[in-house]
Design a binder for this molecule. Structure first.
Ligand code: ATP
Length: 260
């Protein structure tokens, strides 16, 4: 079933056309990557889906419901989650405490926090940490974790809101190459296992070609190609304007990895 549909989204900043008739669809359990050179309109498109930006025209449909121009909080309540950066976790709190806070916020129970936070949603938080492979680190302060592990906790925090669609803006930024593959595999397993749609932007072509089901290529605000990784890699215009040699090498590495 179509989970997310973007229909002819347009956005201009003064004279700069950041998105021009951008359309795409995303199914449940599908991973869709948005790629393109700097300034292509990836963040703009992403933010029009998440409610941070209202499009000048066009529609965003979530499971058929029109969510165009709704504020981020409303979009979030309707089932669109977003992974947040490290700064938005509570560094002095434990790993477990961070995920409990996300569950407390999701259930609107922040008033009860002061007295009972340590007991609230403890088992659910542990279950979420287990899903991202971090249950063993539950009692450690999050500030002590390696960066890649913080990213896993951030994923658990996003999952606390039970999203149907997860928006991930450069999920592997700042991570070591080996950690990147692990995180993306984890996201893909969770998305496919639970039917969560994932829309992500990413500069790391290895991560994109190995894990996206489909790729949307933007150049100067326009979609120049869209399809499964192999098809996008073979597209002459994509090769010419964006991927070039580095994209070719990334696609080869992804294929080798997929075939052991
Ligand atoms: N708030 C804004 N005000 C003015 N211009 C903007 C604004 N946001 C984006 N732009 C312009 O719109 C175009 C698309 O920007 P956008 O950030 O969406 O691209 P991007 O593909 O995410 O780039 P990057 O890979 O560098 O993050 C760029 O020319 C950018 O300068």
């Amino acid at each position: 079933m179509t989970l997310l549909a973007a229909e002819r989204l347009n956005k201009a900043f003064g004279g700069v056309v950041a998105a021009k008739d951008v359309s795409f669809a995303l199914a449940e359990g599908e991973m869709l990557a948005i790629i393109g050179p700097n300034g292509a309109g990836k963040s703009t498109t992403f933010n029009m889906v998440g409610g941070q930006l209202a499009p000048d025209s066009g529609r965003v449909l979530l499971a058929g419901a029109d969510i165009t121009g709704q504020p981020p909080r409303a979009v979030c309540r309707l089932g669109v989650g977003r992974t947040f950066q490290v700064a938005q976790t509570f560094l002095s709190m434990t790993v477990l405490g961070n995920v409990q806070m996300a569950l407390i916020a999701h259930h609107g129970r922040t008033r009860e926090v002061v007295a009972r936070a340590e007991a609230l949603y403890r088992n659910q938080a542990l279950a979420l940490l287990d899903r991202v492979g971090m249950a063993a680190e539950a009692e450690r302060p999050i500030g002590e974790l390696a960066y890649g592990d913080v990213k896993r906790v951030e994923l658990a925090i996003a999952l606390a809101a039970s999203p149907r669609l997860l928006l991930m803006d450069e999920p592997t930024a700042g991570m070591a190459p080996r950690e990147r593959a692990g995180l993306m595999q984890l996201v893909a397993n969770i998305a496919r296992g639970q039917g969560i749609g994932v829309l992500f932007t990413e500069h790391d072509m290895d991560a994109v070609f190995a894990h996206a089901d489909r790729i949307l290529v933007l150049v100067r605000g326009e979609v120049i190609a869209e399809g499964p990784p192999e098809q996008v890699r073979a597209n002459a215009e994509v090769q010419r304007v964006y991927l070039g040699q580095s994209g070719h090498r990334a696609a080869l590495r992804a294929r080798r990895a997929a075939h052991g």
